[in-house]
Design a protein around this ligand. Sequence first.
Ligand SMILES: Cc1cc2nc3c(=O)[nH]c(=O)nc-3n(C[C@H](O)[C@H](O)[C@H](O)COP(=O)(O)OP(=O)(O)OC[C@H]3O[C@@H](n4cnc5c(N)ncnc54)[C@H](O)[C@@H]3O)c2cc1C
Length: 391
Amino acid sequence: MRTTVGIIGAGPAGLFLSHLLHQNGIESVVLERRDRAYCERRQRAGVVEHGVAEALRDTGLGERMDREGFRHDGIELRFDGRGHRIDFPDLTGRHVMIWAQTEIVKDLIARRLADGGRIVFEAEATGIEGIESDRPRIRFASGGAEDVLECDYVVACDGFHGIGRTSLPEEVVRTYDKVYPFAWLGILADVPPSCDELIYARHERGFALHSMRSETVSRLYLQVPADTDPADWSDDRIWSELAARFELRESDWKLGTGPITDKSLTPMRSFVTEPMRHGRLFLAGDAAHIVPPTGAKGLNLAMRDVMLLAEGLRSWYGTGDGAGLDAYSDTALRRVWRAEHFSYWMTSLLHIDPAATPFDKRLQQSYLEHIAACRPAAAQLAENYTGLPAV
Ligand SMILES: Cc1cc2nc3c(=O)[nH]c(=O)nc-3n(C[C@H](O)[C@H](O)[C@H](O)COP(=O)(O)OP(=O)(O)OC[C@H]3O[C@@H](n4cnc5c(N)ncnc54)[C@H](O)[C@@H]3O)c2cc1C
């Protein structure tokens, strides 16, 4: 098999890249080790930055998002039994969309197939060869047979556990890693959201997040120890812990409860690989970097990487100008490190580290009060949350 750009992974990064390349007349093939149904129901992110939502609209993928998703103009920070709204349009002129990653993936797959795109499901990439030559190849296994995809460029959009990152020569790679001593227990519940916007709660018992998937489905998270087994958390225990962490003083607001349809554990980690390109192999999305989900940046960074890379490939194939491709790694990493810092900062601000001293906790409290009282501090949070236009 031969194509122009060989893409490993049909997550948001790989699918969006393939879509953007198609719109610029560049052929690609996506290899995906899972089947289509699995890719379309994998529960993950749900907050889409202003600029990424615009990019979806500009490329013909915004229609269902605008019809079924929610535009959010703010979030609530809840601490010390009180809520403080961060107003995005007032502070930044921007907003975010609440639109699940599963829906973005469904729309992308449907659109690629309708456009005649090639996504090979249940095809596992097993090796990447010749990245320092002008004829790189991806070896893959499909239907019990071995095959080879030859291409001009390989883009590894194969997530944190893929083979892209480990195919870079050891001597050129630097990695940066931080593992947090807690995780998120996430639930999906058949209950209408208890408020119109996301609530980020910092409580002595730990962090909690209230978000939503639709008018009738809520998505909620609890900070739990990193080694938690979700099976140890009964539905009653989850609801009573959520109610305690979201409790408001001087208000009769109540958290709605309902049947829990999904429970999962998300580990918390920060990770960056540098560089994001070697020879004819590019890395994009979780293949190159991971953030803890507190800042809602993982999906957005993946989409931003491939927007940048598609632009570089468009210039290269359109005019022979390779400057965008040459600058890809440095340019992408500037945004990645900003998002890494923001995600780390939000995580440290809102979670209770098991090793935190009373001094550490008072500092957290003081910073939260500062954000609630000081417009520039709130604006900085809003700027990063809604997505920095340029870095
Ligand atoms: C459990 C979980 C919960 C998350 N929750 C949030 C959240 O609430 N908010 C947020 O912002 N972010 C969240 N994230 C992060 C966000 O979902 C990711 O940043 C996003 O999925 C990155 O997209 P991607 O396309 O780079 O990688 P992925 O979505 O991981 O896609 C990679 C694809 O490559 C495929 N693949 C891997 N190896 C191979 C191979 N060898 N051959 C072929 N295919 C291969 C995989 O099957 C997968 O389909 C979460 C992540 C996880 C894991």
